[in-house]
Design a protein around this ligand. Structure first.
Ligand SMILES: Nc1ncnc2c1ncn2[C@@H]1O[C@H](COP(=O)(O)OP(=O)(O)OP(=O)(O)O)[C@@H](O)[C@H]1O
Length: 423
């Protein structure tokens, strides 16, 4: 049996914390068996390494290992991805396709974010786990597959069961052995070790001298609560490696990069006491901008159609709600004069948006100008969106569910945005 140390080296796992060592030892021990394993822990703690260890140290190591991110696959296609489909099973299914269960026959499938699986898929998964049988989408023929499942989740599965989002029988079937990875804030001794490893990797990658921290900066790094865990520490190390010209990083410099408020527990608790989580002015503004983006899209749609269907009464009647939403309750009673258009445009000018100087000649083609606005606006709004999401995640210590609730978007959408913006 390989030693924990050897496994850490082989899989480039950094850290000496007892909880990390225990998780690795457990993985080594269950690897030769076919026991189902559920890896639990917050987002970014390093859950992906454990299924790889389990596969590589098992008798399945010569067959395929497939990692599936259940949260990133749209609900409509997940059954087909996992179990395959027959030709003509749905619109666009021009060819029959094998799913991961067929492809990984004899090997291992890692189901990351298993808590995100739709209930209908959970039923199919339970069947394949219990009997090894599955049916392709659009088929009636039962097929067999011998696959080991390792699943991972960062949501509280007991809560998900209570809320009827996850089947209890499937949970117990997946969770024969649970391996838990602690959040980074509970393994503070590993923080600087990880930082040094990432700093040296990025120095190699970007061909720059390695950054180092002053004593005080090391303390600040270790005292940070790291809501995004190791993923966030890695991102911060990369940012400093690239952006700082001075390779000796002091505390003041480091603080610019640390997740705001996560190293100020008193601020967090004060914020939590407030009724609204968006309790400071800046954040309220961001929230308003976020909402304005949607209004702006509605406005664009309406304006475009108005331009095409000027004075068409049927159009106004059909769009009464949209018109009221965008222009206010009394809007339909007055004409859309030039003045009211200007008012709307004024509201849509964001502070960091380039304004045409008064002395600049007026652009001949109004559409060119409109395109400029749209592009820059999208950029600045995207920044705000990223910041808003980051703040909400910080506030909820990286927990996606309350952050998604706060932002008024689904957990699945938040998940995609985290991946899209690499947060
Ligand atoms: N102990 C470690 N040593 C070195 N790098 C690590 C360690 N743990 C995590 N990482 C790195 O941190 C990043 C995040 O890890 P990983 O993707 O495994 O997290 P996760 O727990 O699966 O997150 P999620 O639940 O969001 O998928 C990866 O780039 C990974 O390589």
């Amino acid at each position: 049996m390989e030693s924990t140390q050897a496994v850490k080296q082989r899989f480039e796992i950094i850290g000496n914390d007892a909880s990390l060592n225990r998780a690795i030892e457990k993985s080594i021990r269950v690897a030769p068996t076919d026991i189902s394993v559920l890896v639990t822990g917050e987002s970014g703690v390093g859950k992906e390494s454990l299924p790889k260890i389990i596969h590589a140290l098992s008798h399945r190591k010569h067959a395929k290992y497939i990692a599936v991110n259940c949260g990133a696959i749209p609900e409509g296609t997940i059954d087909s991805e996992l179990f395959g489909h027959e030709k003509g099973a749905f619109t666009g299914a021009n060819q029959a396709r094998d799913g991961y269960f067929k492809e990984a026959d004899g090997g291992t499938i890692f189901l990351d974010e298993v808590g995100e699986l739709p209930l209908t898929t959970q039923v199919r998964l339970l069947r394949v786990l219990e009997t090894g049988e599955f049916i392709k989408v659009g088929s009636s023929k039962v097929q067999k597959s011998n696959v080991r499942i390792v699943a991972a989740t960062n949501v509280n599965m007991i809560e998900a069961i209570k809320e009827n989002k996850f089947r209890e029988d499937l949970y117990y079937r997946l969770n024969t052995v649970e391996i838990h990875l602690s959040p980074l804030r509970e393994r503070r001794g590993d923080i600087h070790l990880l930082f040094r490893k990432f700093a040296s990797d990025f120095a190699l990658k970007y061909k720059m001298p390695t950054i180092r921290l002053s004593e005080k900066a090391i303390k600040a790094l270790e005292n940070c609560s790291w809501p995004g865990n190791i993923r966030q520490l890695k991102n911060v190390t990369e940012q400093i490696s690239v952006l700082e010209t001075e390779r000796e990083v002091d505390e003041a410099t480091l603080l610019h990069y640390l997740p705001k408020s996560s190293n100020l527990p008193s601020v967090i608790s004060e914020e939590k006491k407030g009724k609204s989580d968006f309790s400071n002015e800046r954040e309220i503004l961001y929230k308003v901008l976020f909402d304005m983006k949607n209004d702006l899209n509605d406005l664009k749609k309406l304006t475009l159609e108005l331009m095409e269907k000027e004075n068409d009464e049927t159009f106004k009647e059909d769009n009464i709600n949209l018109i009221k939403k965008v222009y206010g309750e009394t809007a339909t009673e007055k004409e859309f004069s030039d003045e009211s258009h200007e008012e709307q445009l004024e509201i849509l000018q964001f502070p960091n948006q380039k304004q045409p100087k008064e002395t600049e000649p007026k652009l001949e083609d109004p559409y060119d100008y409109a395109e400029d606005i749209e592009e820059e606006e999208t950029l600045s709004l995207q920044d705000k969106e990223v910041e808003l999401i980051k703040k909400s995640l910080d506030r909820h210590h990286g927990k996606r569910k309350p952050a998604a609730d706060e932002l008024g978007i689904s957990e699945r959408t938040l998940y995609r945005k985290i991946k899209q913006y690499d947060l």
